[in-house]
Design a protein around this ligand. Structure first.
Ligand SMILES: CC(C)(COP(=O)(O)OP(=O)(O)OC[C@H]1O[C@@H](n2cnc3c(N)ncnc32)[C@H](O)[C@@H]1OP(=O)(O)O)[C@@H](O)C(=O)NCCC(=O)NCCS
Length: 139
């Protein structure tokens, strides 16, 4: 397995194979892919960079919009390898934090972030229910 940055062509390939990803792979972001020995894409991570809209000075974050490891390849450390590549890039480019959102019913995703030492911040709604968690890795 190898982890590498994806090109525009890789992005088009992912969208053609998995049309539901078209809505999340917006322009201006960054694509990281996992490939098997046959160069087949077995997972990907898409993030975009933005200013942190809080009074903390000029700080930026990379927000992971989507991370997916395709069926048959999960639970083998590929999701963690994608996350670590994203963190590595953020460190080298002076980013303050890496962040993501996960739904409260997504146990696998919560376990992925916890394994990679992200802080987990559950979001409580007015009715007391928890809808999901923002997860943050401060560089
Ligand atoms: C979430 C996801 C990306 C994790 O990828 P992965 O390659 O399985 O991640 P890892 O192998 O690095 O696993 C991370 C941890 O989560 C646990 N885990 C992953 N999938 C799990 C599952 N289905 N059930 C229980 N635990 C799970 C693993 O046990 C692992 O911990 P461990 O190695 O200490 O046992 C993958 O499950 C996925 O693509 N899910 C569908 C898409 C999705 O929900 N994306 C996240 C949206 S925020």
């Amino acid at each position: 397995m190898k982890i590498e940055f994806g090109t525009e062509d890789t992005k088009k390939h992912i969208i053609s194979q998995y049309p539901y990803t078209a809505g999340v792979l917006s322009d201006g972001g960054s694509l990281i892919v996992a490939k098997d020995e046959k160069e087949q894409i077995i997972g990907f991570l898409w993030s975009f960079r933005r200013q942190i809209e809080a009074p903390v000075g000029e700080k930026i974050e990379d927000f992971i919009n989507v991370i997916e490891v395709f069926e048959g390849h999960q639970c083998k450390g590929i999701g963690s390898a994608l996350v670590q590549k994203c963190i590595e890039k953020a460190i080298s480019e002076g980013v303050y934090q890496v962040r993501a959102y996960c739904d409260i019913h997504n146990r696998a995703s919560h376990l992925l972030w916890a394994k990679n030492r992200f802080g987990i911040s559950p979001i409580k709604m007015h009715d007391g229910s928890i809808c999901g968690s923002f997860v943050t890795f401060v560089i």
